[in-house]
Write a protein that binds this ligand. Structure first.
Ligand code: NAP
Length: 641
């Protein structure tokens, strides 16, 4: 069934009627308004919707039934009298719909983006459209190299393929999917809901859970790669070691190493780095680390043979990875000793473990507009709806606890959850309640972390680690914690962006010399002056600290890069290079905005900042701002050759 062919409903109305019972009433109401333009449904539902999540909707049963019955009739009418569906609303009606869905003011900033994002997936408005398509012979003579076949590299490859631009992907792993191939630790999964964490042009209505685990995510990306036949153009087990720009030829030479250690060169007009930033495991600099006698493993480089069953396990690190590993292995270990340097804020989510009912999957796949409105609700709950909670209000008192009123409400909510889980007088509370405002470090979803902490075989150790010995871990107070194995959940070398590749641009300048002191910068997180035709996907200041997901960011960036390539190819330029002043102004603005965000709070450590304290990794903007900035290409920002 396509989005406008609803005739199957006419032959089997009962399936539709039954499935609607499994769908979220607020989302159904938004579909109803989209199809009818009838504003009165918004007026009736609004008082009962306090936020975008399903558990924030409290409509009375009779209103829910009316919505389902009315939508059923409207859809049946389309089934019996086939005709085009109405377009996505605009203007004030769309704003009212967005605000009712979000349960909060949203504003007109979102209208243009949502008119795009609410389009059915088969329309795919983020694809590149030629203004004056160059002859195929010209395209055939052009070559793009993509480094990495992960989330962003795959997105780029799909767009290049759609545009008819030849490309080769060089991938160090044996398969596609990047992070979802590499991360295979127990409990690994997303903490952003899947119906938002998926390509806008490749929706998956069959996710088994709202928050899928790693294998299902991996299968999704593998399936997308197969559907678009990306493997044919990918050289696996091939690691890029250097990229060198030839000033005379205006082309890049990309040197790569095969699995057997031999090297080869490829020639390219354009290089897209799509290597991500969270993929090189970071081991802690603890004295004696190498002396440990038992097996060790890092979450980011898990060994499938690592066996934790019945063992005394020391786990160092309590970030997003540690929070997933701990509760997963705790029931099977003899003892789990968790070494926590600093606590994280942890938010409960009633849907975190939830399975998606078959009826809901059916509605997502078959009821027009439902999946897209649901995606908006998730976008608001897990991304831009949170942004204002992270801006420092200079007049807010006691900035060590919270930084504005909304942020304070988050604090109260999470503290209450911790107390409910652990007991109001639990001695653990002192260890787990962070001494910094919510969102100062990456927020985590409660993965039964607190339930795990209450288990008799689990210790939460907050004394600093002084050394590691062959027998185990020794803390600052002199206690030895004997262990059979150590799990390092200590994160990634985020600030070593693009390492260990050597990227040499114009005037033989090396990118890592330009980015002194781990200080990566790029215009829109994508282009660096002096590195013509070199684009960085998920580059500096594109990580997400307020929410959102890398797929959304990749789609925005790839669209922007495709506009750059269109300019090159249509206007017959050899290369483009971002102007230094444009880059510098952008970076200055990013820094200015970051100074007013919670993660710049003094005394905090997080992977967003480099050793000098500059926030190099994450975006200060709302996603809608980044979408807007990357949805147009301004030739004036670049020098062309
Ligand atoms: P991380 O957030 O950087 O956490 C590293 C942990 O190791 C922190 O608790 C850190 O303590 C601790 N640590 C580092 N060095 C230490 C030392 N020398 N001694 C003691 N403790 C030390 O790394 P991660 O958990 O792998 O997560 C990284 C990012 O990957 C996340 O923020 C997220 O963006 C992504 N991720 C996402 C998911 C998901 O569900 N979607 C899952 C996993 C990872 P301090 O806090 O004191 O520095």
């Amino acid at each position: 069934m396509t989005d406008t062919d609803l005739s199957a409903f006419a032959t089997d109305p009962e399936t539709l009627r039954t499935a609607l019972e499994f769908a979220d009433p607020a989302t159904l109401m938004l579909v109803l308004v989209t199809l009818t333009g009838d504003h009165s449904w918004l007026d009736r539902a609004r008082p009962h919707i306090s936020g975008p999540s399903s558990y924030q909707e409290t409509m009375p049963d009779h209103l829910r039934s009316e919505i389902r019955a009315s939508l059923f009739e409207v859809l049946m009418d389309y089934a019996r009298n086939p005709r085009p569906l109405p377009p996505i609303p605009g203007g004030q009606l769309l704003i009212d719909m967005l605000e009712t869905a979000a349960g909060t003011p949203v504003g007109e900033d979102y209208v243009a983006m949502m008119q795009e994002d609410l389009q059915p997936a088969d329309i795919d408005p983020r694809g590149m459209v030629w203004r004056k398509r160059p002859p195929q012979s010209k395209l055939d003579a052009f070559h793009v190299i993509i480094i990495g076949a992960g989330v962003s590299g795959m997105c780029a490859a799909i767009r290049l393929q759609q545009a008819g631009i030849p490309f080769t992907i060089l991938e160090k792993n044996e398969t596609v999917s990047g992070t979802w191939f590499e991360n295979s630790y127990p409990g690994c999964g997303v903490d952003t809901p899947n119906h938002f964490y998926s390509y806008s042009f490749e929706p998956n209505h069959g996710w088994s859970h709202f928050f899928a685990k790693r294998d299902e995510l991996w299968r999704y990306f593998e399936a997308v790669a197969d559907k678009h036949d990306l493997r044919r153009r990918t050289r696996f087990n091939t690691e890029v070691t250097s990229c060198t720009f030839d000033e005379t030829r205006k082309r890049w030479t990309v040197t790569a190493r095969r699995a057997d250690g031999s090297n080869f060169d490829l020639d390219a007009n354009v290089v897209l780095s799509a290597v991500g930033i969270l993929n090189r495991p970071k081991y802690p600099d603890i004295p004696g680390r190498e002396s440990f006698a038992g097996p060790t493993v890092h979450t980011g480089h898990w060994d499938a043979k690592f066996d934790w069953h019945g063992k005394r396990i020391a786990m160092i690190g309590t970030g997003a990875s540690g929070h997933q590993v701990g509760p997963t292995i705790a029931p099977d270990v003899e003892r789990l000793m968790i070494f926590q340097r600093s606590p994280h804020w942890v938010v409960p989510n009633p849907n975190y473990f939830g399975e998606v009912a078959d009826g809901k999957k059916w509605v997502l796949a078959n009821v027009p507009h439902y999946a897209r409105w649901y995606r908006f609700q998730l976008f608001w709950a897990f991304a831009d709806g949170l942004h204002s909670a992270l801006k420092i209000d200079p007049n807010w008192p006691d900035q060590d606890r919270s930084i504005n009123q909304q942020n304070h409400r988050h604090r109260i909510f999470m503290e209450r959850h911790m107390k409910a889980e652990l007991g109001a007088d639990s001695p653990l509370l002192e260890k787990v309640i962070p001494p910094y405002p919510p969102y100062g470090k990456r927020i985590l979803i409660d993965n039964d972390w607190f339930k795990m902490l209450k288990q008799p075989n689990v210790d939460l150790i907050t004394d600093g680690i002084s050394r590691i010995t062959p027998e185990g871990v020794v803390t600052a107070d002199g206690t030895t914690w004997p262990a059979d194995a150590i799990i390092y959940a200590t994160g990634f070398q985020a600030s070593k962006m693009l390492a260990p590749m050597k990227i040499t641009g114009s005037d033989s300048r090396e990118l890592h010399d330009v980015w002194k002191q781990d200080d990566a910068t790029a215009y829109l997180g994508t282009t660096v002056p002096g590195f013509p035709n070199f684009f960085i996907l998920l580059g500096p200041n594109t990580g997400l600290a307020h929410g959102g997901n890398v797929i959304f960011m990749s789609e925005c960036q790839v669209r922007y890069v495709m506009m750059c390539l269109r300019e090159l190819l249509e206007e017959e330029h050899d290369c483009l290079d971002v102007k230094a002043d444009v880059h510098d102004r952008y970076v200055a603005e990013v820094d200015r905005l970051h100074s007013g965000m919670v993660w710049s709070h003094t005394g905090l450590t997080n992977w967003y900042r480099n050793p000098a304290g500059r926030v190099f990794a994450v975006l200060p903007y709302r996603l809608v701002d980044y979408w807007r900035m990357t949805s147009e290409f301004r030739p004036d920002d670049y020098q062309f050759a």
